[in-house]
Design a protein around this ligand. Structure first.
Ligand SMILES: [Zn+2]
Length: 259
């Protein structure tokens, strides 16, 4: 078994969406499986040696329930028993996509769906809904993207990094949370020119300037994706779709937006 670095979020989704329902894992089996995964694969170790006492304490089960869950997981292919002895059990812990009973087609479909979500994110008009606008403000952590000043809902606005007149759009790569002063001072200037001007004016230190220029490059490269709350994912999908529709309707209308 390869021991490549795992994407823990991906493994967790596959476990909830595919492994648990398809293998019909019991509550105890789920508790044991996630506990063993956490101490093996998530730590980069394909195999794990453990005692039933350790497992039972960690998973919050009786000894009997822990033993039964281990047997169940071996039978379902989630664990491969390599050895059992005085030093405890030695098992190979499989991630969902390595378990024979978990259908590979569905895993591929899950990946494709997530890739589509990302595509949607790229196309979304982040001025299209209050929630998406808020996501941009949240990404900046309540500070002006340019001067770093602390913002409040009354003093903030969204600024087009590349002005709309220069073909900037409403993507998350081109919108930042900014104070009203920076928004009006920047006008049609290029963002890097504006940051250097702030430095010359003494509003940014040299270190802050280079930090802001790096952030600017990351923004354009798509590295500053607004975090979409996992718990509200379904809602976000809806918001993004709405944002895409709005974007098609009124692309390129304003350069500053309240919010
Ligand atoms: Zn500012």
């Amino acid at each position: 078994m390869k021991n490549k670095k795992l994407d823990a979020a991906e493994v967790w989704k596959q476990m909830e969406d595919l492994a648990a329902p398809q293998l019909r894992l019991s509550v105890h089996e789920r508790a044991v499986y996630t506990y063993l995964l956490r101490h093996s694969r998530i730590e980069g170790k394909p195999r794990l040696r453990f005692s039933i006492g350790w497992l039972r304490r960690g998973a919050g089960l009786t000894i009997r329930a822990a033993r039964k869950a281990v047997r169940g997981l071996v039978a379902k292919g989630a664990l491969r028993m390599i050895g059992r002895g005085r030093e405890g059990h030695l098992v190979e812990v499989r991630v969902p996509e390595e378990i024979r009973g978990v259908r590979a087609g569905e895993i591929a479909a899950c990946r494709a769906a997530r890739a589509r979500e990302l595509d949607n994110l790229e196309e979304a008009d982040f001025l299209g809904s209050p929630e998406l606008r808020e996501a941009i403000h949240r990404r900046e952590g309540g500070r002006c993207f340019y001067c770093g000043r602390q913002l409040s809902p009354r003093t903030r606005c969204l600024d087009h990094v590349v002005p709309l007149a220069h073909l900037g759009g409403n993507s998350y790569r081109n919108l930042v949370s900014s104070c009203r002063e920076c928004n009006s001072l920047k006008r049609e200037r290029q963002p890097s020119d504006f940051l250097r001007w702030l430095y010359r004016e003494g509003r940014l230190s040299a270190g802050e300037l280079s930090g802001r220029l790096r952030a600017l490059a990351g923004l354009g490269a798509g590295k500053l994706r607004p975090a979409l709350a996992a718990a509200a994912n379904g809602k976000w999908k809806l918001e993004i779709r709405k944002g895409v529709r709005e974007g098609l309707r009124r692309r390129g209308s304003r350069s500053k937006v309240e919010g």
